[in-house]
Design a binder for this molecule. Structure first.
Ligand SMILES: [Zn+2]
Length: 390
């Protein structure tokens, strides 16, 4: 696909040159996962373009969703097809090119300068952080998922009194090679946990129960809190940020327990540590997240995944976020997982949505072109480079 054509569709040629350039500049994708290295059947592909975790009901398809239509619109041309081709045509071209070539094209078309890859969902079929970087022509770093490290520690087995020390050592070792840490507490006990650091006695008692059932997922709020406070200690030592999954996710999640406003007590409690707290996804609580970023100096916001899955409707999400979020607090991510299509779409809808919001601000005389360009750069890459020290 001729690149100028893609640029013109993504970002209107009528925007000032500096603003266009800022919107089209390579971005830091500060939260994503590996994509699959193997060729996918139609049913496998469909399962990777939804958070549903189940096939579409008989006689229907996950292509009949905002993201499904968006794949046919924006990814088809990257595979040399006309926009809007039927799913079967798209998938047969995908199979013809093969996974490696499809991933290479889609990741490169996204225009990413650096991938920060959450490696918490390890599987041999998923590209590693380094492979994502190589294929996408970008730098790559790892984000360590706290609950995965804890799972490994629990499964290794030890006396309950040694649990806290071992966890701390393991987390510190993993953090030494990472750009940041991430928690999925929203999936485990929800974000409304008691924000205080649990006592040593409470941790040892809970560790005893935990180590008796080490294969279970960690859900005990005492140990989740302990894990988070240990992460804050490690993050402070290494000047790393801590990401939290908030809002939109898969069917394991109780959505109402993932509202970032539930984290307010914890955010307040960790403020003296100076550790940046980054709220991921946030939809449909992105307004709450914008508020938190506005009032707490160490809170940052991202609506990755939400833009991909709301697709043609995503400009409203960005508009609502930008009502209040400080511009030095917002970051871009694709949150792609499994298929390169989700990386490209995350980047497409970020650029398209922001272009439309900026065009409004410019048209209304609210912002100067220089401000619009500066803010697009900050959100696309500058804020992430500063906070992750890239
Ligand atoms: Zn994710």
């Amino acid at each position: 696909m001729p690149e100028t054509r893609l640029d013109d569709v993504l970002v209107s040629p009528s925007l000032p040159d500096a603003v266009r350039a800022a919107l089209l500049a390579p971005m830091v994708d500060h939260h994503c996962h590996g994509v699959r290295r193997d060729d996918l059947s139609r049913s496998e592909f469909e399962m990777l373009i939804t958070e549903a975790g189940t096939p579409a009901p008989p006689g229907t398809t996950h292509f009949d969703t905002p993201v499904g239509v968006a794949i046919r619109r924006w990814c088809a041309p990257v595979l040399d097809l006309e926009p809007h081709v039927p799913p079967a045509v798209y998938l047969s071209r995908r199979a013809e090119l093969g996974a490696a070539e499809v991933n290479r094209r889609l990741l490169r078309a996204a225009g990413i300068a650096a991938f920060l890859v959450d490696t918490g969902l390890e599987s041999p079929e998923l590209l590693s952080a380094a492979e994502m970087g190589r294929l996408g022509g970008a730098a790559a770093d790892e984000i360590v998922r706290l609950e995965q490290v804890e799972q490994e520690v629990a499964e290794a087995g030890m006396p309950a009194v040694d649990y806290a020390g071992t966890l701390r050592e393991e987390l510190a070792a993993r953090a030494a090679r990472a750009a940041g840490l991430k928690s999925i507490a929203a999936y485990r006990c929800g974000l409304g946990f008691d924000p205080s650091r649990p006592s040593r006695g409470a941790v040892i008692a809970a560790a005893g129960r935990r180590l008796a059932e080490p294969k279970e997922r960690l859900t005990d709020p005492v140990l989740v809190r302990h894990l988070l406070w240990t992460a804050i200690d490690v993050a402070r030592e290494r000047s790393l940020p801590l990401q939290f999954h908030c809002g939109y996710g898969d069917t394991d999640l109780d959505l109402h327990r993932s509202d970032p406003a539930l984290l307010t007590g914890f955010i307040r409690a960790v403020a003296p540590s100076g550790v940046p707290v980054i709220l991921l996804h946030c939809y449909p609580y992105h307004r709450q997240a914008a508020y938190l970023a506005n009032v707490f100096p160490h809170v940052y916001v991202d609506v990755g995944l939400a833009l991909t899955y709301t697709a043609a409707g995503s400009v409203s999400v960005l508009r609502e976020l930008l009502e209040l979020v400080p511009f030095h607090k917002q970051m871009f991510s694709s949150d792609c997982y499994g298929v390169g299509e989700l990386c490209l779409l995350g980047a497409v809808y970020h650029r398209r949505g922001l272009a439309r919001v900026l065009a409004d601000r410019l048209g209304e005389g609210e912002w100067s072109p220089a401000d619009a360009a500066r803010i697009a750069h900050m959100i696309g890459s500058g804020n992430a480079r500063r906070v992750y020290r890239l």
